[in-house]
Design a binder for this molecule. Sequence first.
Ligand SMILES: [Zn+2]
Length: 315
Amino acid sequence: MPIRFRLNAFCAGFALWAGFAALASAEEACEPDKLGTARIAEVGTQGGLMIGLKTYPAAIPLADHEVILTFDDGPDQRTTPEILRALADQCVLATFFDIGAKVDALPLLARREVEEGHNVAHHTYTHPQPTLTFMSEAAARADILKGMIAVERAAYGQDFPDGEPTDLAKLKLHTPFFRFPGFADTADLRLWFGENNVAIFGTDLWASDWIEMTPDQELKLILGRLEKAGRGMLLFHDNRQWTADMMPGFLAELKKRGYRVVHVVAGAGTGPTVPAPAGWVSETGRVTGALKPRLDKNAPTRPAGPIPVLPAPVE
Ligand SMILES: [Zn+2]
């Protein structure tokens, strides 16, 4: 029996179906010289999940030379279509952590991401500056929920005939994945996501593409980091021109070097995850922990948690 019939959850079932359908159509259309999407990985979000080695001591299990592609901060009128074209040209699927306000401004682009088989996941409504940790917990929750509603309406066509939900528990998410802007989480929000079966995505590797660079510089940087790690979830920003310009060459290089793309969809249960290697430290915890007292003299100290924060290795 196909796995999808064993899933009760509407969201997980839909995501898995969409993933398989997209994979099937990508495979049909894909020439053997293209990168292609090698497999669909289900990840259960029941009770919450925290993954991505830059921030959390767990990751989605990947074989050597497997990568997951993720993009933040879109959609963008100019660069997102360029990224989508590069992905389609190589028949690969990705997860877009879209900003709700941008989705409201460009709903058709968010819809197109889903229609082309990608996930549209969540990244707040306003992408608050400097981060969510500078807001009250109530304001942070409201911003996140508003972003999720915008994505559900535009990308997945969900309407709200009885009014927009005011409680995350009452909102059905097609892709229950969230990434904190700046990786800056709080104990309260981690708990809230856990109670509502939303997975918190950090990332394993990034291209540092929030810094302006040439496409060639970015290509060398991300390939160098990937060759060192051998696998991992990668983070890019689909609103950066240098990333859009680099993407065709990057995907071609992945194919040449024998990498395989894994597409993650929401599944039943919890996980699977693999623990971080011994000696792991949170790289982003060090950065966000240092940022908060510097930017906000009156802020309480960052909530204590199970995440050890130690100096990160210099790259
Ligand atoms: Zn962001």
